[in-house]
Design a protein around this ligand. Structure first.
Ligand code: NAD
Length: 277
């Protein structure tokens, strides 16, 4: 198995491994063991959030892994109810404490929550955290073009990353194009469409043609588009399967067939409306 994961440079001296491991819906008590399996499989990039309530397990598995902290890339996120300048700073300190780390590699605003109109203030708090070195890189999640334009215009600071729902059924071409033009890294959440993409006949066909699995085809497609991907699984064989995507390539014709699967169909909430506290 070829296991060198490409890295994408971020502003400053950091770079982000293009393949990471997501832990949304991994129960807190199972998180240390699941993350240990991911680290043993070769993943060095972990994606958690305050809202997942499993930051402590991510920190625990990282600290006991025998790996150097500098060799890991850990992302966590500011939850909606903690938006605002002071609450965001306090929430960051809680996340750091849960992880038991000295710094976080990437801190994201989880959702814009336009109805509260606090995302610009929250972004200012993240800028300060980065200036203090406690968050090495900062970014956002689920931001649309209008939200991105507003934070850039009001603060002059471009997010390093926007983590968005992205899979073959929901390819977000306009937003990806905006990212490209502004140097924002596109990170795909639910990169496998939470498993739904794997039943798509075209994907199964391509997998058969290449002697690969549907999950590997979808993840490889993301990698070739330049997206960062953070698939989740709690099954050891799938954790390994999802990591084994660097020993083959999709040619232009197969990339075109996959591009045709875009149906603009979300599986998650709409970022303009989502306001769960
Ligand atoms: P995903 O697309 O990674 O799908 C995960 C599901 O796909 C698994 O539960 C399993 O059922 C199936 N699966 C995984 N590997 C498989 C394989 N090899 N073969 C067959 N089935 C397989 O969906 P996700 O967990 O929603 O997203 C991944 C990560 O993205 C999360 O863990 C989280 O870190 C992040 N995320 C972020 C947001 C956000 O708002 N920023 C929202 C959702 C998820």
């Amino acid at each position: 198995m070829t296991n060198s994961v490409p890295e994408i440079p971020l502003p400053g001296s950091q770079s982000i491994p293009q393949l990471g491991f997501g832990v949304f819906q991994v129960p807190p008590q199972d998180t240390p063991e699941t993350v240990r399996q991911a680290l043993a499989a070769g993943y060095r990039h972990l994606d958690t959030a305050a809202m997942y309530r499993n930051e402590a397990g991510v920190g625990d598995a990282s600290r006991t892994s025998g790996l150097n902290r500098e060799d890991l890339f850990v992302t966590t996120k500011l939850w909606n109810s903690d938006q605002g300048r002071k609450p965001a700073t306090r929430a960051f300190a809680r996340s750091l404490d849960q992880l038991d780390f000295d710094y976080i590699d990437l801190y994201l605003i989880h959702w814009p929550v336009p109805s509260r109109d606090l995302y610009v203030e929250s972004w200012r708090a993240l800028i300060e955290l980065q200036e203090e070195g406690r968050a090495r890189s900062i970014g956002v999640s689920n931001f649309h073009i209008a939200h991105l334009e507003r934070i850039i215009e009001e603060t002059g600071v471009v997010p390093a990353v926007n983590q968005i729902e992205l899979h073959p059924g929901h390819q977000q071409p306009e937003l990806r194009d905006f990212h490209r033009r502004h140097g924002i890294v596109t990170e795909a959440w639910s990169p496998l469409g939470q498993g739904a993409a794997l039943n798509e006949p075209t994907i199964a066909e391509i997998a058969d043609e290449l002697g690969r699995t549907p999950a590997q085809v979808v993840l490889r497609w993301h990698i070739q588009l330049g997206n960062v991907v953070i698939p989740k699984s709690v099954t050891p064989a799938r954790i390994e399967e999802n990591f084994d995507i660097f020993g083959f390539e999709l040619g232009e014709e197969r990339m075109r067939r996959l591009a045709q699967l875009d149906a603009g169909k979300r599986i998650g909430p709409h970022p303009d409306e989502f306001a769960k506290a």
